[in-house]
Design a binder for this molecule. Structure first.
Ligand SMILES: Cc1cc2nc3c(=O)[nH]c(=O)nc-3n(C[C@H](O)[C@H](O)[C@H](O)COP(=O)(O)O)c2cc1C
Length: 188
């Protein structure tokens, strides 16, 4: 442990008897890269929207690792585990659709996360699926659906960063979204 100096300049943190900018001695913990489990626990504190990423076949998985990339052209990315069957189907088809789930769709999120023992086409048994420009399944009740043509797949350790250009927008759902936080689904 190495001592370091902390400068406090907020009046709210300094007792009246002390001068401003009082120097406080403290101890610094060594900074280590987090272990995988520690990292997962940290990520669990981050609230994420829940999406179903689909492709023709059909195939699809539940994903929270989704982000906007650019708006001109409109592009999104999804981080998908390298062994995912949906990833293989996206590579083969060159298209995918990101369906953002409304509140109350926890059962669908569980199903597409493989927690009901179903894979591939069997995950699409419930009604409510349609298509837009690419042919990838679009959930009619999604808050929003980003219909994409695949533009790149980048390697990143255990995952692949799947990038697509948005060629169509769908989804008629309104209201709250399905959120995943502290390893639980919530509506917010
Ligand atoms: C809340 C939640 C979020 C998930 N997010 C992702 C994700 O962003 N990327 C990913 O590859 N897997 C994610 N998964 C795991 C996949 O949904 C799961 O492994 C799925 O069964 C893969 O299906 P596939 O092999 O048919 O593609 C998530 C699971 C849950 C429950």
């Amino acid at each position: 442990m190495q001592p370091f100096t902390l400068y406090i300049d907020s009046p709210g943190h300094v007792p009246q008897s002390r001068a401003m900018n009082k120097i406080v001695e403290a101890e610094r913990s060594p900074v280590l890269p987090p272990a995988a489990q520690t990292f997962r626990d940290a990520m669990a504190r981050v609230a994420s929207a829940v999406h179903i990423v689909t492709t023709t076949g059909p195939a699809g998985l539940t994903a929270t690792a989704v982000a906007s990339v650019s708006d001109e052209p409109p592009m999104v990315l999804v981080c998908v585990e390298a062994g995912s069957r949906t990833l293989a189907a996206i590579r083969a088809s060159g298209v995918f659709c990101v369906n953002t789930l409304p509140g109350g769709f926890e059962e669908m999120a569980q199903l597409f996360a493989g927690r009901r023992g179903l894979d591939g086409e069997a995950r699409f048994a419930a009604p409510g699926w349609t298509t837009l420009a690419t042919g990838a399944p679009v959930l009619a009740g999604a808050l929003v659906a980003f219909d994409c043509r695949l533009t790149a797949i980048h390697e990143a350790a255990t995952h692949r960063i799947v990038v697509g250009e948005v060629v169509g927008l769908g989804g008629a759902g309104r209201g709250d979204g399905l959120i995943y936080r502290d390893r639980r689904f919530e509506t917010a």
